[in-house]
Design a protein around this ligand. Structure first.
Ligand code: EPZ
Length: 421
C-alpha cells in the first residue's frame, strides 16, 4: 500500500507555483463534449482526477493529446453510448458528463453505484434541473437513463433549493445547447463556475451572470472549438499558504489570485499571520505568536469548506481555543481523530470541532480520510517532531499535483513509498 513518510520539524523556505484548479478542470473536460471542434486547455493540473477523465473521454470516442500542462481534445468522435460505469465511479465529478451528454445527444446513460443510491453527497438538485429541462429519469438495473425521448432539451427557470456548485455547473452544461432560455436562481458563485462559463462562451455559448446568484443562458445550435487557460487552484493555494504559515521561514506562493481567497486570508490575518500580497503571488513570512480563531465555512465568497481541514494544523499552533463549523459538510471531520492521535487537543463536539492550542504534534501512523483531510495530515506531519506515515494517500494525489516534488523543493524531508505490503 502506498504511503507518504515525513520527517517533520524542519523549516521550509523558497517558492511554490500553484497549478490549475481541480474543481474547474473536472467540469471543463466533460464540457468539451458539447463542442463541434477541437478544444485545448492550458494549465491543466497533473492529478489523478484528470487521468480518470481523459480515460473516460477516450473510452467514449474522443481523441486526447497531452503535452505538459496542455490538453488538446477532439470530441467529434464521442459516441452516444452508456458511460463506462467502472471508470466514472472513480470520481464524483463524473456527474458533469450527465449535463454535457444531455446537451449534446439529449440523453445520458450512466451507471450508478448500487442502483439509484444518491450516496452521502446527493445529486437531487442536478436531476431536478434536468427534469425541468425535459429529461426523464428511468433506472435500468445499475444504470440511470436520463433522456429527453428524442426531443431537444429545452430551457427552464430553475431555483436551486441549496447553493450547489455541481448542480449550477451541470445545469449550465445542459442549457447551452437547449432550445430557448434557462435561468438559474440561487446559483453558486465560485470562481470555477465563472471559469466554465468563460470556456462555454468562448465556444460560442451565451451565458451571462456567472459568479452572481442569477445565471441566464440563451441556448444556441452549435458550439465550436477554442483554447482556454484554466484558473489557478484557490484550494491548493490556500493549502500552501496555511503550510507556509505553519512551518515556513519565508515562502512565496506563485500563481495565486488574491480575490479568490479573501475570506481565507482575512481569517489568517485575524490570527496574526504576516503576508505580503502582490498581483499574482503571496509571500508568507516566518510566524511567531499566533492567535486562535474560530472558523465557519459558507458558500463562496465565504470561507471555503475545502480549506477548513488544511487550516486546522495551523490553528493548533495558535494560543487559545476556537471552534470550526462546516455549514456545508457537517461530517467533514475525518482529520480530527488523526490529529488527536498526533497529540492535538482537538475533538468533535456535536456539529462542530473544538480545539485548544498550542498543541505539540508528534509523528505517528495516520491516514487520509478524504482529499483535504489528507492535506491536513501532510501539514501536520511537517509540523510534528519525529516521523509521520500517511496511508490512503490516493485521496491526496487526486487533488494536489506533484505535491511530493513541490514540498521537496521547499526543503521538506518527505518521500512517497510504493511499499508492496
Ligand atoms: C464542489 O462539490 C467541490 N467539488 C467540492 O470540493 C466542494 O467542497 C463543494 O463544491 C463546495 O460546495 C468539485 O467542484 C468537483 P455542492 P459539489 O453541490 O459540487 C448539497 C474538494 O475537496 N447538495 O456545492 O459536489 C451537498 O450535500 C471537493 O475539492 C444537495 O443537497 O458540492 C452539500 O451539502 C470536496 N443536492 C451542498 O449542497 C445536490 O444535488 C453543497 O454541495 C447537490 C448538492
Amino acid at each position: 500500500m502506498r504511503k507518504i513518510v515525513i520527517n517533520g520539524g524542519r523549516p521550509l523556505k523558497g517558492s511554490v507555483t500553484i497549478s490549475g484548479a481541480k474543481n474547474s478542470v473536472v467540469a471543463l473536460i466533460p464540457a468539451i463534449i458539447l463542442a463541434d471542434g477541437i478544444v485545448s486547455l492550458d494549465g491543466v493540473p497533473d492529478i489523478s482526477d484528470v487521468d480518470s477523465l481523459i480515460d473516460i473521454m477516450e473510452t467514449m470516442g474522443a481523441t486526447v493529446k497531452r503535452s505538459g500542462d496542455s490538453l488538446e481534445i477532439d470530441p467529434r468522435g464521442v459516441k452516444d453510448m452508456p458511460m463506462p460505469f467502472g471508470k466514472i465511479n472513480s470520481l464524483r465529478a463524473s456527474y458533469y458528463f450527465y449535463g454535457s451528454l444531455l446537451g449534446r445527444f439529449g440523453q445520458a446513460i450512466v451507471g450508478l453505484p448500487g442502483g439509484c443510491d444518491l450516496g452521502p453527497r446527493p445529486i437531487d438538485l442536478h436531476l431536478k434541473a434536468f427534469e425541468a429541462m425535459g429529461a426523464t429519469m428511468t433506472y435500468e438495473g445499475q444504470n440511470m437513463h436520463l433522456s429527453t425521448n428524442g426531443k431537444r432539451i429545452h430551457g427552464a427557470h430553475i431555483f436551486m433549493d441549496t447553493v450547489s456548485v455541481g448542480a449550477t455547473i451541470n445545469t449550465m452544461l445542459a442549457a447551452v445547447k437547449a432550445k430557448g432560455r434557462t435561468v438559474i436562481e440561487n446559483a453558486a458563485r465560485e470562481p470555477e463556475i465563472i471559469d466554465v462559463a468563460t470556456l462555454l462562451n468562448n465556444m460560442g455559448a451565451h451565458v451571462r451572470g456567472a459568479g452572481t446568484e442569477v445565471i441566464t443562458i440563451e441556448g444556441v445550435d452549435k458550439l465550436h472549438g477554442t483554447r482556454h487557460q484554466v484558473i489557478p487552484d484557490r484550494i491548493e493555494a490556500g493549502t500552501y499558504i496555511a503550510l507556509a504559515a505553519a512551518v515556513g521561514e519565508g515562502i512565496r506562493i506563485d500563481n495565486v489570485l488574491y480575490e479568490h481567497l479573501e475570506g481565507f486570508i482575512a481569517k489568517l490575518e485575524a490570527m496574526g499571520v504576516r503576508m505580503t500580497v502582490s498581483e499574482d503571488s503571496i509571500f508568507v513570512e516566518k510566524q511567531d505568536k499566533l492567535k486562535a480563531v474560530s472558523v465557519k465555512t459558507s458558500p463562496y465568497p465565504g470561507f471555503a469548506t475545502d480549506l477548513q481541514q488544511p487550516i486546522t494544523p495551523l490553528l493548533l499552533k495558535a494560543e487559545g481555543t476556537g471552534t470550526i463549523t462546516d455549514t456545508i459538510y457537517e461530517k467533514r471531520v475525518g482529520h480530527v481523530q488523526e490529529l488527536a492521535n498526533m497529540g492535538a487537543d482537538i475533538r468533535v463536539l456535536g456539529s462542530r470541532i473544538s480545539y485548544q492550542g498550542p498543541s505539540k504534534l508528534n509523528g505517528t501512523h495516520v491516514k487520509a480520510t478524504d482529499l483535504r483531510a489528507g492535506a491536513a495530515m501532510v501539514i501536520a506531519g511537517l509540523m510534528a517532531e519525529g516521523q509521520t506515515e500517511i496511508t490512503n494517500i490516493e485521496f491526496i494525489l487526486r487533488g494536489y499535483s506533484n505535491i511530493i516534488e513541490k514540498l521537496k523543493d521547499l526543503g521538506a524531508d518527505i518521500e512517497l513509498i510504493d511499499g508492496a505490503e
